[in-house]
Design a protein around this ligand. Structure first.
Ligand code: AMP
Ligand code: ZN
Length: 112
């Protein structure tokens, strides 16, 4: 996707603070963190949103979620963390390339 900011990060066309990379996934710090630690996990392939995922994406989604606790611990979130997947306009999604937010590390986390 030529116009997708996260595809550009995957292709190193724009910089990011990467914390993890493998053949399928990339993780990097959010540019506008909402907590002391805030990063996101994205697939390298372009998928618009969770709404666009099908059974084909099931292993990829599982891999993204299982990576969250591993990276959270590495980033110092030893007491837990929050995950968030904003989906579509109603879900407040701004970047239409699937991503899982992982954040935490502040004294308290508001209940949702
Ligand atoms: P949302 O689509 O609502 O889940 O939000 C997209 C998130 O991407 C926001 O938290 C932004 O701060 C973040 N973001 C946008 N551009 C960049 C970038 N170039 N590098 C890192 N994070 C970004
Ligand atoms: Zn993309």
């Amino acid at each position: 996707m030529l116009d997708c900011i996260f595809c550009k990060i995957v292709n190193s066309q724009i910089p990011s603070k990467k914390i993890y990379e493998d053949e399928e996934l990339l993780a990097f710090h959010d540019i506008h963190p909402i907590a002391r630690v805030h990063f996101m996990i994205i697939p390298k392939i372009h998928v618009d949103s969770l709404e666009r995922c099908t059974a084909i994406h099931q292993p990829l989604l599982g891999k993204m979620l299982l990576l969250a606790p591993k990276l959270a611990k590495e980033q110092g979130l030893v007491n837990g963390f929050r995950t968030m997947i904003n989906t579509g306009h109603g879900g407040g999604q701004e970047v239409y390339h699937l991503h899982v937010h992982v954040f935490g590390g502040d004294a308290s986390m508001p209940r949702t």
